[in-house]
Design a protein around this ligand. Structure first.
Ligand code: ATP
Ligand code: MG
Ligand code: FE
Length: 337
């Protein structure tokens, strides 16, 4: 299939042309990061206005880069959720308009499924598989017995890991989104501060990151009161060590509980994290040497439309098409119909 895919769930306006779910003909990503930086986070109204301003140009650019016209496309796919309602609606409206005007089937895609399917560009999926979604809004372990079949077997009870990274980075005066800068600092520092490993000893596959964030806040607050200086890179390294240790431990626990798993996919924006990539690689090599590890290229870890097109191909094969009544589903979960 040749699919035009649109992603606009948060602050990236992206359009991709994807062939047979695995071949990227184009993947244009227009980021709004600079506009949100001065507010220290995404402002929903600003985000949807940017999407409106960008979407037409991004569609044209994606078609031009792929050297295809809308007539060549087999279907139009779009993220239906989860995400910001105003942002989602811009992509959905554009997708419906294209599908209607060019008489093409419309496909609604779950953004989190998209993060997992970004792995398809590295290697073909083999089932059953386990995926760890570590992103700005979610932290979950997902078991897949087949395409588009998702079972969430563990998830965060409070903050997502990316959210915790961004909040801790903000305390350390790093620019938004801080995850990337925290990662850079962590690589220069040593883990000399004591950060709790939330829920690490609990016998379930759930996560908690708010305690780690509070621990950093307290450390910084107490240091200020005493007039001490905080060693930023050491604090970043300490936070990173704690977060990675918990993510690796719970992944290892999940793999022991599901020994039939053939493949492990690391997904979401935090999959770009150097410590997490190394930690998972080392654990899998030592304890599950037969398991295939898939980590998307850096540019496919964050939000992009290529991953939406990869997922949409599976819906296309099943003729799982949406009507023009398709609406935004801001709270959509994995495994929900
Ligand atoms: P969701 O996918 O859950 O709806 P989202 O789309 O906002 O949320 P993503 O775009 O997948 O999230 O990921 C963005 C998050 O990844 C941000 O919190 C960002 O700080 C974090 N991130 C990006 N690079 C790194 C890194 N190298 N280390 C840690 N975190 C990172
Ligand atoms: Mg984003
Ligand atoms: Fe995302």
């Amino acid at each position: 299939s040749l699919i035009l895919a649109i992603e606009s769930s948060c602050d990236e306006t992206s359009v991709a042309i994807i062939e047979d779910g695995r071949n990227i003909r184009s993947n244009v990503v227009a980021s709004q990061v600079k506009s949100h930086m001065r507010f220290g986070g995404v402002v929903p109204e600003v985000a949807s206005r940017h999407h409106v301003e960008q979407i037409t140009q991004v569609i044209d650019l994606a078609l031009r880069e792929a050297n295809v016209s809308l007539a060549d496309v087999d279907a139009v796919a779009v993220t239906e959720g989860p995400g910001l309602v105003g942002s989602l609606l811009v992509g959905i409206t554009a997708a419906k308009t294209l599908a209607f005007a060019h008489n093409k089937p419309l496909i609604g895609v779950n953004h989190l499924a998209g993060h997992i399917y970004a792995g398809q560009f590295m290697a073909e999926m083999k089932f059953p598989l386990l995926a760890l979604i570590a992103s700005g809004g979610h932290t979950e372990l997902v078991y897949m017995s087949d395409h588009l079949n998702f079972e969430v077997i563990g998830e965060t009870q409070d903050d997502a890991v990316g959210e915790a990274y961004d909040k801790v980075g903000r305390i350390l005066d790093l620019p938004y989104p801080a995850g990337k800068y925290m990662d850079q600092l962590a690589q220069e520092g040593e883990a000399t501060y004591d950060i709790p490993r939330g829920m690490i000893h609990e016998e379930n596959l759930n996560f908690s990151f708010s305690g780690m964030k509070s621990a950093v806040m307290n450390l910084v607050h107490n240091a200020k009161q005493r007039g001490d200086t905080i060693h930023k890179s050491n604090l970043a390294a300490s936070f990173q060590e704690a977060a990675v240790e918990v993510l690796v431990k719970k992944t290892s626990d999940a793999l022991k509980l599901y020994p039939d798993v053939q493949q492990f996919i690391l997904a979401g924006g935090v999959a770009a994290n150097s410590g997490l990539r190394q930690g998972l690689q080392a654990m899998l090599k030592a304890d599950f040497p037969k398991l295939q590890l898939i980590i998307p290229d850096l540019k496919l870890c964050g939000d992009n439309a290529a991953m939406i097109g990869a997922t949409a191909h599976q819906h296309y094969l099943r003729k799982d098409f949406a009507s023009l009544a398709l609406n935004a589903r801001p709270g959509l979960m994995l495994g929900e119909e």
